[in-house]
Design a binder for this molecule. Structure first.
Ligand code: ZN
Length: 105
């Protein structure tokens, strides 16, 4: 008896992305909110968001990002192109940073 391989079917990924797309279309959400609603790990959310971002490039919608903000000094991470939350503020070195929010625009 061979153990079953832990293959994740592509269909499951598709349906997860569909749920995420619906959330993004309805309003602004954070990666944490998406992970809780869809039932996947927060770090896996970013892979799906990247995929959505790429597929949006071909359509009329696009993935909009509200940049993360440092809670310590109010610095806005406007130039950040990565989807994940930054670890530290370059100005005050604080690590309490407001999560970025995503939506479809
Ligand atoms: Zn700061």
């Amino acid at each position: 008896m061979k153990p079953k391989s832990p293959l994740i079917p592509a269909e499951k990924d598709e349906s997860i992305r569909q749920k995420i797309r619906i959330m993004l279309a309805e309003g602004k959400v954070s990666a944490k909110e998406i992970s809780m609603a869809v039932g996947i790990r927060e770090k896996d959310v970013f892979g799906h968001l990247e995929h959505i971002q790429q597929s949006c490039r071909r359509g009329k919608e696009q993935l909009a990002i509200i940049p993360p903000v440092c809670k310590g000094c109010g610095f806005v991470f406007k130039k950040r192109t990565r989807l994940t939350k930054p670890g530290k503020c370059p100005i005050c070195r604080g690590s309490t940073i407001e999560e970025p929010l995503y939506y479809l625009a």
